[in-house]
Ligand binder design. Structure first.
Ligand SMILES: [Fe+2]
Ligand SMILES: [Fe+2]
Length: 264
C-alpha cells in the first residue's frame, strides 16, 4: 500500500514558533550548555559514577537507558532525513536545529551508559527486547516524507513523551539516587518542547490548509500510539503511560484529533 502524503499547499501558513535564526540558536544553546555544566558540576563524583545507586537499580535501569539513548540516536537519523527532504526552507531550518539538539541529547545518554559501567554489547539487546520504544522508532526510520516524520515523531511521540514524562523520569531517577539522569532529563525538556511546538504549528497549518488532512493525521497518530503500547504492557509503567497519553492529548484534542482506542 502506498503511503499517504500530505502537502502544505500554502507554506506561508507555517512559521517557526521559536523564531530562531542561526545566531539566536547558537546563543541560546551556549546559555543552555552553561546551565547544564553548572548543574552537572554540582553532582558529587560518586553519584556521577553510579557508585551510590543500588545494583538492582542499575540492572533495571538498563532498559530505560536504552530507551533514552536509542530514541535520541534514532532522532539524529530521522530528523536528518526530514531536513534533507523538507518541502520548504522554514521547515528545513527547524529540522536542522533539532538535529543539533538531538546530537547533544545522544551524547548525554551515551555518557550515562558509560559512567554506569554498562558494556556497549548490552545496549542494543536491551532496546530490542520486548517492551521498549524500538518498534516505534524502527518504523519512523523507514519513513522518507518530512511531514509524516515530523507528525509522527515530533507531534505524536515527543508531544507524548514531552515535558510531563521527562519530569516523571527525572523525579523517578532522582528518588533512586540517579542524579545524573535527572539532570540530563531536565536539560532536554526545553529542546523537546521546541520540537513539539514547531510540529504542532505544522499540524495546525496542515489542517487550516485543508481540513481533509485531519483524517491522515489521525491515522498517523493511531499507528504511532499503537506502536508504543507495548512499552506500557503489563502495567509496570502505568504512571509513565498515563502521563504519556495525557501530554499528547493536551495538544492533539484541541486541534480536532480523537483519542486512539488502545488497550494495554
Ligand atoms: Fe532528544
Ligand atoms: Fe527531540
Amino acid at each position: 500500500m502506498a503511503r499517504k502524503r500530505l502537502v502544505l499547499k500554502d507554506p506561508g501558513r507555517f512559521s517557526d514558533p521559536a523564531g530562531l535564526t542561526w545566531d539566536r540558536y547558537v546563543a541560546m544553546q551556549a546559555r543552555e550548555r552553561e546551565r547544564y555544566m553548572a548543574e552537572r558540576a554540582a553532582i558529587p563524583q560518586d553519584a556521577l559514577n553510579y557508585k551510590t545507586v543500588s545494583p538492582l537499580y542499575l540492572e533495571r535501569a538498563v532498559d530505560q537507558f536504552a530507551n533514552n539513548y536509542y530514541s535520541e540516536l534514532s532522532a539524529t537519523h530521522y530528523v536528518a532525513t526530514a531536513a534533507a527532504n523538507a518541502p520548504f526552507d522554514e521547515l528545513k531550518k527547524c529540522c536542522l536545529f533539532q538535529l543539533a539538539d538531538e546530537q547533544r541529547h545522544l551524547e548525554m545518554d551515551r555518557e550515562v551508559f558509560e559512567r554506569a559501567g554498562i558494556p556497549e554489547r548490552d545496549w542494543l539487546p536491551a532496546w530490542e527486547a520486548p517492551g521498549t520504544t524500538c518498534r516505534f522508532f524502527r518504523h519512523v526510520l523507514e519513513l522518507e516524507d518530512t511531514i509524516e516524520i515530523v507528525v509522527k515523531a515530533n507531534f505524536v511521540a515527543e508531544g507524548a513523551a514531552g515535558p510531563a514524562t521527562f519530569a516523571v523520569l527525572a523525579d523517578g531517577a532522582e528518588a533512586r539516587g540517579d542524579v545524573f539522569s535527572a539532570v540530563n532529563h531536565r536539560a532536554r525538556i526545553r529542546d523537546e518542547t521546541r520540537h513539539i511546538s514547531y510540529a504542532r504549528a505544522l499540524v495546525k497549518a496542515l489542517i487550516e490548509d485543508d481540513p481533509g488532512n485531519l483524517d491522515v493525521i489521525q491515522q498517523w497518530q493511531d499507528e504511532s500510539l499503537r506502536l508504543f503500547t507495548e512499552v506500557a504492557r503489563g502495567g509496570e509503567r502505568r504512571e509513565w503511560w498515563e502521563g504519556f497519553l495525557d501530554s499528547y492529548y493536551k495538544i492533539a484534542l484541541p486541534l480536532g484529533l480523537r483519542p486512539t482506542p488502545v488497550s494495554v
